[in-house]
Design a protein around this ligand. Structure first.
Ligand code: CMP
Length: 134
């Protein structure tokens, strides 16, 4: 697997707790390059588009409301096997189940407020990064 790119979004809970620097440091120390980085505030429309794959889930409205509740930090990372490796580094969706050593495992306990989002496929990366960076 060669170099590829992925998107991470540091969620409002982590931004408010001033964890942005620690989280970005983990990806840099792992060897990823930051190719785009910005603070961002989702509108409801942009959040619904970003999370459209979940639109029929019972937690969709809560998810959209939470991601719009404050500032996020969006970042495109570049490096070997980025999509899969970054997903391993962030840990399981339910932070209380995430292993120590992962970002969610070390910093969170929540499900909706689970610190960080990362694209789960190339198609998701293209779609999600276009919502935030286009
Ligand atoms: P994220 O990686 O941003 O992708 C979808 C989000 O839905 C997930 O993280 C969680 O924050 C949120 N979510 C809320 N409730 C659930 C649930 N029951 N199962 C999975 N994801 C959930």
């Amino acid at each position: 697997m060669g170099a590829e790119q992925t998107l991470i979004v540091i969620k409002p809970d982590a931004f408010n707790r001033k964890l942005t620097g620690k989280i970005l440091q983990r990806f840099e120390e792992k060897g990823f390059n930051i190719v785009q980085l910005k603070t961002y505030v989702f509108t409801t429309e942009k959040a619904q588009e970003f999370y459209s794959v979940h639109r029929n889930k019972p937690f969709f409205n809560e998810l959209v409301s939470f991601i719009c509740s404050g500032t996020v930090v969006a970042c495109i990372l570049d490096g070997n096997n980025a999509i899969s490796t970054v997903r391993i580094m962030i840990g399981l969706t339910k932070s209380f189940d995430a292993s120590p050593g992962t970002i969610r495992g070390d910093f969170g306990l929540g499900i909706t407020d689970n610190i960080i989002h990362a694209s789960d496929s190339y198609e998701s990366f293209i779609k999600e990064s276009s919502v935030i960076f286009s």
